[in-house]
Design a protein around this ligand. Structure first.
Ligand code: FVH
Length: 291
């Protein structure tokens, strides 16, 4: 079969790399794959992917190389020997902004155009409208790779600062883990009298959806540094009722360790004279630079 679509190499066939390579195959790209545990390529090879015997062979096969490995150390292990001259490297491995910047410098020394990325999807979402992927770094690399990258989900380019995608990715994951912490605590509490979690979950979903607009309202307050206007739920009130979250957990024999840090910050800020404001001002206390 011939195709005018560019050939793409995918390094790393864990759950996510397999989904990425599968989406590229479905979109008609010639795909070359490599994975440390070679057997993980079998299903993709059965669908038409080419199996490379080494990272060097995989990199040689395509102008655009997508890496999706466990962490930056594994990317270094796989690409450390080089062979990247003239290639466009798109690294979709989770990492920090500092790691992305360091890796971009290393890639530049290899003569490689580098794009860093953060995938905002779980593997089954890849190739569906629900998926989006953050990119930052070389604009030329983004433009070159984009027709293939768009196969994964919506491509969101955040600019030439190569650390921006990782920072945004980690900030989004932070929001997600905050929500997960809340859901875990909530389910522990709601089931502490023997009720099934599934009876309670629809109410929790409804309540979280009703509060879904809060992030954007908080962002507006934070950007203006005005925490006192239009407050509907002041911090003093919230700090007092938050204590009931701890008391109820105690009464029900449930640990409230997931809640403790937020309660402490709320009480401290109220004690510092901000009880009449919204709790958004806590962001100032979290920012070590206080800017
Ligand atoms: N899966 C998810 O829900 C998230 C969604 C958002 C993005 N993350 C990030 O994607 C990276 C890969 O995640 P994954 O889900 O594919 O992870 P695994 O299934 O555990 O596969 C890990 C692959 O990395 C290979 N690997 C690990 N260490 C090395 C090494 N030293 N040298 C070479 N390869 C290495 C591993 O190979 P093998 O164990 O199969 O031989 C897998 O290919 C990750 O950054 C997520 O944070 C996923």
């Amino acid at each position: 079969m011939t195709t005018d679509k560019p050939s793409i190499t995918v390094l790393g066939l864990g759950a996510m790399g397999t989904a990425l390579a599968g989406a590229l195959l479905s979109a008609g790209h010639p795909v070359t794959v490599w994975n440390r545990t070679a057997a993980k390529a079998d299903a993709l090879v059965a669908r038409g992917a080419a199996r490379a015997a080494s990272p060097a062979e995989a990199v040689a096969a395509s102008p655009v190389v997508v890496a999706c490995l466990l962490d930056y150390d594994s990317v270094r292990d796989v690409l450390g020997a080089g062979h990247l001259q003239g290639r466009t490297l798109v690294n979709l491995t989770n990492g920090t902004p500092g790691q992305a910047r360091e890796f971009a410098e290393w890639a530049a020394c290899q003569g490689t155009d580098y794009l860093d990325g953060g995938i905002m999807a779980v593997p089954p979402m890849i190739g569906t409208p629900a998926a989006f992927v953050l990119y930052s770094g070389s604009r030329a690399a983004f433009d070159r790779a984009r027709p293939a990258l768009d196969v994964f989900g919506e491509s969101v380019y955040l600019g030439e600062d190569v650390g921006r995608a990782a920072l945004t990715d980690i900030a989004l994951l932070t929001g997600m883990y905050g929500m997960i912490a809340g859901v875990l605590q909530s389910l522990a509490l709601a089931t502490s009298d023997g009720a099934p979690a599934t009876d309670f979950a629809p109410l929790l979903t409804r309540w979280l959806q009703a509060m879904g607009g809060w992030a954007e309202a908080a962002a507006k307050q934070f950007d203006s540094r005005d925490y006192a206007t239009g407050v509907v739920s002041n911090l003093g009130m919230q700090a007092a009722s938050f204590d009931n979250l701890h008391r109820t957990a105690d009464e029900q024999g449930v640990s409230s360790e997931l809640l403790a840090p937020l309660g402490r910050l709320m009480r401290q800020r109220a004690a510092d004279g901000h009880g009449h404001e919204d709790l958004t001002g806590i962001i100032d206390d979290l920012r070590k630079d206080n800017a």
